[in-house]
Structures are given as structure tokens and as C-alpha cells.
Design a protein around this ligand. Structure first.
Ligand code: SF4
Ligand code: SF4
Length: 107
């Protein structure tokens, strides 16, 4: 998982609105990043999905990850609705980054 985390920090944290100029996360200790918290599940969804379609992957991710997340209630998530979840916000970039690590394009 370390190689995925490293690649995500370089590719996603660096452009995340919750990071500083050096790409360091600015969330406080009471806040949790769903990308870090659910990284094994995210990687597993991408690896086990039979679809290349990002919209299907997005739905599979919601069914796997968001159902476990304490922020979601009855299928609704206020962070997602406010574009305030990094996993939701950068979903495509996260998938691409993990696929590039798998392909050996980044390490
Ligand atoms: S919120 Fe998540 S994606 Fe954004 S900088 Fe922090 S750890 Fe990275
Ligand atoms: S979109 Fe909402 S429910 Fe899904 S991981 Fe993000 S915060 Fe959790």
C-alpha cells in the first residue's frame, strides 16, 4: 500500500485544495481524509472491477467505501454534496494514479 500512498501524495495531495503549497495535508486531527482511510478498499475496488468505465467504478466505489463511511446517511453525504470529500473530488485522478502504479509508470 505504501507505493500507492506515495504516488497519491505526489499526484493528488499536491493539487488538493486541502493541501499547502508543498502538498502537505492541512486537515486537522479531528478531520480524516477518505483517500487515506479507505485506501485498501479503494485499491481493491479498482483491482476487482471488471469495468473500464469510470462511472461504473465510481458507483462501485460508493457501494463499497461510502457505505462504510460514518459521513454517509441513507445514501446521502453532506461532504460529497459540498464537494468536500477528497475521494469524491479527485476520484478520476485517484483511479488513474493507482492504475499508473500498477502499470509501473510511477513508483
Ligand atoms: S485531504 Fe487527503 S487528498 Fe487532500 S491533501 Fe489531505 S491527505 Fe491529501
Ligand atoms: S463521499 Fe462521503 S461517504 Fe463517501 S467516502 Fe467521502 S465522505 Fe465518506
Amino acid at each position: 500500500m505504501d507505493n500507492y500512498l506515495k504516488a497519491l501524495k505526489q499526484n493528488v495531495c499536491s493539487i488538493c485544495v486541502d493541501s499547502n503549497a508543498k502538498g502537505g495535508c492541512t486537515l486537522n486531527e479531528k478531520e480524516t481524509c477518505a483517500v487515506e482511510l479507505f485506501l485498501p478498499e479503494i485499491v481493491n475496488v479498482i483491482h476487482s472491477s471488471h469495468s473500464e468505465d469510470f462511472r461504473e467504478l465510481y458507483l462501485e466505489l460508493q457501494e463499497t467505501v461510502c457505505v462504510k463511511c460514518r459521513t454517509q446517511e441513507d445514501g446521502n453525504c453532506y461532504l460529497r454534496e459540498d464537494a468536500n470529500c477528497s475521494l469524491d473530488r479527485y476520484f478520476s485522478l485517484i483511479v488513474e494514479t493507482i492504475q499508473k502504479v500498477d502499470a509501473g509508470l510511477i513508483n
